[in-house]
Design a protein around this ligand. Structure first.
Ligand code: ATP
Length: 536
């Protein structure tokens, strides 16, 4: 599948629109259309149901070290600014970027690639912001143009190796920027904080600056004590939250993959320090299996353990769940979710102040006066185990997923094409979205074969019986073959058709989206038949 086919389908059928499109759009912001909103809601609901509400705290789940409880939270997007100072986001949450003085464009330093090219004794680094084969083609085109060579004289150009990252280039004066005509237009890399700033209150001085949260997790840590005090949860337990996060990404791209406003589904799981490696393994495997169960099987999905030198300073294990999105070069994967062992870093930071690593210890970072650089809340966020009579700061396992990235992966994986005979028996191309039944935006469509002979009335009656139980759609317009195709294209698993035989024996046909198999059931049994098949 080509990505532009999916993007076109998403627009045509109302899954995703560019935000503020009538004004030319806003980069990095996307709106979910009538079908997209159902799909993403189903992703969120599957996550919440599977992770939170159906968690049975009385039984040890397969692979888990013990029983555990799950509970939820819904915190605000704007929080006390000190939260971000202690969490580290204020100091550390930045990317490096370079500006182009000629094109006025801004790029993420680590996302620009290029190749050294030489002709007639002149040497430049030809940069591009696309990767893989497209990047190679782009650099070739740009180099020919720059050296004023025709394609047939391409052998007068010498390449100094494969595509490499701009970060390997020492002298930016030698770089021909991705949108520049002359070398040397890129500025030195500068730090750029990814948090969106806003002002709280009407007076609005610098001291009233607040931030839109760049992750939902911190709301959970700062409410840890509230949850303990208001419920009867005991360690080990997890707190889940779904909500919007905001990052002022320098180069939003690849459809919704890298957006500036997006939704996260995060769990902070609190456990005893000595059991944390086992819980880390449990959550890593459990979260990987979740995507498989919802249809992301095969080579396109993988679980990748970070190398020790890739780990954050507080982590003793992190794994990414990744998907080979079609917009990436062959062999490249994009992150869907990170599962991290975070130790006691977050709770301690919010108690004591921002922490830094010193040897193998985490200590409060100090300013030049020997005081904490960012003061913590001073509140006790430890846990008292009344059975063992011990007090400790729990360790945390954090499975942090993106609802939009998961939705995009499910969209990519669902896209299928085959050939089926039309009404006249001629083979024609069919596009069908093979969503898992739990995720499909519409579960069943009901059609009268023709708009007469009492068929619409019976079809509407069936539609009304289904509607309170599942998302159903009624359609009587146009040829029935066309109606089937429209439902295939939005991934509706089952279509029910009322035909001449229904009027005689009360049976209807049910058609399966994937196999195209059709069978008859009595119209009274439609709901139970669908419910059973949707569960499978
Ligand atoms: P990346 O390296 O791709 O920027 P990250 O490692 O910074 O991602 P985390 O901070 O671990 O991401 O965030 C957890 C999850 O939130 C990611 O796995 C992803 O699904 C989602 N996410 C993060 N940034 C974005 C974004 N800009 N747009 C959409 N989803 C995002």
């Amino acid at each position: 599948m080509q990505m532009d086919q999916l993007v076109a389908l998403c627009k045509r059928r109302g899954f995703l629109f560019q935000s503020s499109e009538i004004y030319g759009g806003l980069q990095g912001f996307w709106d979910y259309g009538p079908l997209g909103v159902e799909l993403k809601r189903n992703v969120r609901e599957a996550w919440w149901r599977d992770m939170v509400t159906s968690q049975d705290e009385l039984e040890v789940p397969p692979g888990a070290p013990s029983t555990y409880e799950m509970t939820g939270l819904d915190c605000t997007i704007i929080m006390h600014p000190q939260v971000w100072k202690c969490s580290g986001h204020y100091d550390l949450f930045h990317d490096y970027m370079v500006d182009c003085r000629e094109s006025k464009r801004r790029y993420r330093y680590d996302q620009i690639q290029g190749r050294w090219a030489e002709s007639d004794g002149k040497r430049v680094f030809v940069a591009t912001n696309v990767s893989g084969d497209e990047g190679l083609e782009e650099t070739q085109r740009k180099a020919l143009k720059f050296f004023n060579l025709r394609a047939k004289n391409a052998d007068r150009l010498q390449w100094g190796g494969p595509l490499v990252c701009l970060t390997t280039v020492e002298n930016l004066a030698e770089v021909l920027g991705p949108d520049a005509k002359e070398p040397g237009t890129l500025t030195e890399p500068r730090e750029f904080n990814l948090m969106f700033k806003t002002i709280v209150g009407a007076l609005g001085g610098e001291e009233d600056t607040a931030f839109l949260r760049p992750e939902t997790a911190q709301g959970i840590f700062v409410n840890f004590k509230n949850v303990l005090d208001s419920t009867r949860v005991r360690v080990p337990f997890g707190i889940a939250q779904i909500g919007k996060s905001f990052r002022n990404e320098i180069t939003p791209r690849n459809f919704t993959f890298r957006s500036r406003e997006f939704e996260q589904m995060e769990i902070e799981f609190f456990c005893r320090p000595e059991t944390s490696p086992d819980w880390y393994k449990y959550w890593r495997d459990r979260r990987f299996q979740w995507y498989i169960d919802l249809g992301l099987a095969g080579d396109r999905l993988r679980l990748r353990d970070h190398d020790p030198d890739e780990l954050s300073h507080y982590s003793c294990g992190t794994a990414d769940i990744e998907y080979a999105f079609p917009f990436l070069a062959d062999g490249e994967f994009g992150e869907l979710e990170g599962v991290a062992h975070r130790g006691d870093f977050d709770l301690r930071s919010h108690m004591e102040g921002k922490l830094v690593r010193q040897g193998d210890q985490l200590v409060v970072e100090e300013n030049e006066h020997g005081q904490p650089r960012h003061r913590g809340s001073g509140k006790d966020l430890s846990y008292y185990d009344d059975q063992t009579k011990e007090r400790f700061v729990p360790h945390v396992i954090e499975p942090s997923a993106g609802a939009d990235r998961a939705t995009l992966a499910f969209l990519c994986e669902a896209y299928n094409e085959d050939e089926v005979p039309d009404e006249k028996g001629k083979l024609t191309k069919r596009v069908f979205m093979k969503f898992h039944p739990r995720l499909a935006p519409i579960k069943a469509a009901v059609f009268p074969l023709v708009k007469k002979d009492g068929m619409p009335e019976v079809a509407k009656e069936i539609y009304r019986t289904l509607k309170p139980h599942l998302t159903a759609f009624y359609d009587e317009k146009g040829a029935v073959g066309r109606r089937y195709r429209r439902q295939d294209e939005v991934g509706t698993p089952f279509c029910i058709t009322v035909d001449g035989q229904t009027m005689q024996d009360g049976t209807v046909t049910i058609r399966d989206r994937d196999t195209l198999e059709q069978w008859r059931v009595s119209k009274e049994d439609c709901l139970s038949e669908l419910q059973q098949r949707l569960k499978a």
